[in-house]
Design a protein around this ligand. Sequence first.
Ligand code: F6R
Length: 367
Amino acid sequence: EKGGWSSFMAKEVAEQPEAVANTIRGRIQGDQVVIPELDGMDELFLGINRIIITACGTAAYSALVGKYAIEQWARIPVDVELAHEFRYRDPVIGDDTLVVSISQSGETMDTLMAVKYASERGARTLSICNTQGATIPRESDAVVYTHAGPEVAVASTKAFSAQITALLLLGLHMGRVRGTVQDASVDVAELGALPEKIAKVLESEQEHVTQLAGWMADTRSVLFLGRHVGFPIALEGALKLKEISYIHAEGFAAGELKHGPIALIEPGQPVFVLVPSPRHSALVHSKVVSNIQEIRARGARVIVVAEEGDAAVLPFADEVIRIPLAGAMFEPLLAVVPLQIFAMALATAKGLDVDQPRNLAKSVTVE
Ligand code: F6R
């Protein structure tokens, strides 16, 4: 039930600290990540040469974050494939390939067909799923459940955060098994600190972002830019906005700007920019700051999402949304929160039903 919340989506956005904490619970041993469900799979993780993560929609954006984390920690090449694209071509897969599927419902037909197809081709399959006993986990060799709790609103929020969390856990688990992560203590501490940091973003930015959305109720198009793990978050921010506020939105990798999208920038165009912490990479940070300067020079209205204390963005930003300091792989879980609130507040400002957007169903059980 909605309780005192205005919508299920509002409730589920607010439940993210809990969703993330519940997904981590029982999967940390000392300063290592150990996912008990994957006990007995060490040999598989040592033997594979390739991972394909397959999913649709928001789940596919969580997969993109997973690609960065798994490649960094477990040093296995990862490709992310939309399930419906993967299924209807002739992919190169075999018994050295692990196909990881991600699905909140566990019933998405496109994803289910991709998993069945991968099994038929001899790949091993692992499902990340939020629904106990659903079809996709039943069709997979192994399953890591996310424990976000039931998600009712059509737009996925807490399930997305739980999916990213599960992928981070999987990356650290495989990194331990493969010996590519020697010391996970810093990352384990980052995981443990996530729920509180997400709660902090919810508390400190709710009002600001809601107000911002109120001012922008007549906006016809919003762009989102990100780099590295900020790129999938830009895609997710755009999807949330399209889905529930029916506003045209696009997410881009910030580096692509000059290869085309910058032509879209005209005076007044709102652009969200996800700024990675300068502590992770001064170079990547400075590249994003120059992207901001480029769009600002062309009149864009720039809304930055940046780490507390990052002053480099101030001269070029119309609005600054702050997130707490976090490790590079953990930042997406904080940066996505204001984008969810923004989409929700904009839809509300337009008088739309945020839980039941037009033309969409919670679970897409047809291909
Ligand atoms: C977006 C959204 C969809 C789903 C997609 C996959 O907010 O909810 O894009 O993420 O349809 O659904 P699951 O995860 O159930 O396979």
